[in-house]
Write a protein of this length. Structure first.
Length: 298
């Protein structure tokens, strides 16, 4: 007994690829502009952020390719399809962002002792442009709800917050010679981003380890046992392919008085019980009361 749910998932994945593609294009273009702007303003902070954005571009491009790959149909090698490649992209991007954030901290902390005064007017112009470009890219990704898009969104939010910090500091520096504000703000927003990235990384790692993706296990169990012809269940498993598309398998033990004529209506009842959970794939095995489970461990 099987069921699939493909059309809505396929549409969501295609939309996600388009949104990630937009973010990739905007990030690459702005990274080039940022390198030029950092050179013109003689700002090491902007040049450092340009290097960080280059890393973002590489990771977003990787995520885009993996997300498009996840749309491919299943085959003999990957019988569930390529959905987990999107999850791999989320893991790679989470790690890249973590490494990049640690690198920013290593750059910013020494500047607390020896702050540098940059070319302020150029910082103001670049910060306004940076907030606009990265803000638009983050807005495009916020329309999606995939794990991959959420991790990438933190890439872009980190850049937006970084440019907000640069903008605030550059305005203040026009009136007060306090260059130490730059590393202080950089450290603050980087720690904030790291907190959220670690949370997403934990979720991604749990999915890789095939942890149950939500807290619905007991509710689904109750729904299945509510069928009057089902006396028990075992080998009940739920896992996720990519954080969105979930898979379920279960063995249902039938009452002694179940006849072959009852099986069709029972299958329809089970289907109705599971329909609201929107599983990508389900496998339900029906066992008669006196039948020994073939997966039973001896």
């Amino acid at each position: 007994m099987h069921s699939h749910n493909h059309s809505h998932s396929q549409e969501n994945s295609t939309d996600a690829s388009k949104r990630i593609g937009w973010a990739f294009f905007l990030n690459v273009v702005f990274t080039v502009i940022e390198f030029i702007g950092g050179w013109l303003t003689n700002s090491t902070a902007i040049m450092a952020d340009a290097v960080h954005d280059l890393g973002d571009s590489l990771s977003i491009g990787t995520a885009w390719g993996l997300n498009k790959l996840s749309d491919k149909d299943s085959n003999q090698t990957f019988s569930y399809g390529y959905k987990r490649f999107s999850l791999l992209g989320a893991l790679i991007n989470g790690i890249v962002l973590t490494v990049g954030s640690i690198w920013i901290l290593l750059e910013a902390i020494p500047r607390l002792a020896e702050p540098e005064m940059p070319q302020v007017e150029g910082m103001v112009l670049l910060s306004i442009f940076g907030m606009a470009v990265n803000g638009f890219a983050a807005y495009k990704l916020s329309e999606g709800d995939s794990l991959n898009e959420r991790v990438l969104n933190w890439h872009l939010l980190e850049d937006v917050l970084g440019w907000v910090a640069v903008f605030i500091v550059s305005i203040v520096l026009m009136f007060k010679p306090w260059p130490i504000l730059d590393p202080i703000l950089s450290i603050g927003f980087t720690l904030f981003i790291l907190f959220n990235v670690f949370r997403n990384l934990k979720e991604t790692l749990m999915l890789f380890l095939q942890a149950t993706p939500d807290k619905q296990l007991s509710k689904i169990r109750s729904d299945l046992l509510a069928n009057d012809k089902v006396s028990d269940l075992h080998h009940f498993h739920i896992w996720s392919l990519d954080g969105e598309r979930n898979v379920m398998t279960v063995h249902l033990v039938l009452d002694e008085d179940v006849s072959l004529e009852h099986l069709q209506s029972l299958k329809e009842n089970v289907h109705s019980s599971l329909e609201k959970y929107k599983f990508e794939h389900t496998t339900v095995e029906l066992e008669f009361a006196n039948e020994q489970c073939r997966d039973e461990v001896n």
